[in-house]
Design a protein around this ligand. Sequence first.
Ligand SMILES: [Zn+2]
Length: 147
Amino acid sequence: MNNSIEILDEEISKDKFKESLLNRNKEWIKKKNGSSSINGSLRAVVLGCIDSRVPIEKIFQAKPGELLVLKNAGNIITSDILRSILVAIYELNAKFIVIMGHTECGMAILDNEKEIIHLKKKLGENLLKTLEKIGNKDPLDWFGFFN
Ligand SMILES: [Zn+2]
């Protein structure tokens, strides 16, 4: 593997995708050194966006084991994120909490009503009804669901 950006073909098979991930993992294992044996040794938990252009560990030059990293779309504190932060504080001894936003976040489009209508159409009625059944919020309330 080289350092160039790899863009997988849309038609890639599940097996090819799995092989690609396994090869990347083998490379990572070879390079892995300096890992901390303590989970979260920097005593910090960072909440970031799922945007792949924001690699939190790389941005802070953290080695494996140093940072406790949480991610979701828009780096939003949800009940599950809160649960993980509490585990980080009370079980992993985190002392610092960083909520890290970024420029050009895709979640910012949800401030635009036209985009919300477009997203609703993409999801379709069946998925919206399913989300309503399994979620504790009304998925049609997009601001509530995504925030
Ligand atoms: Zn984002």
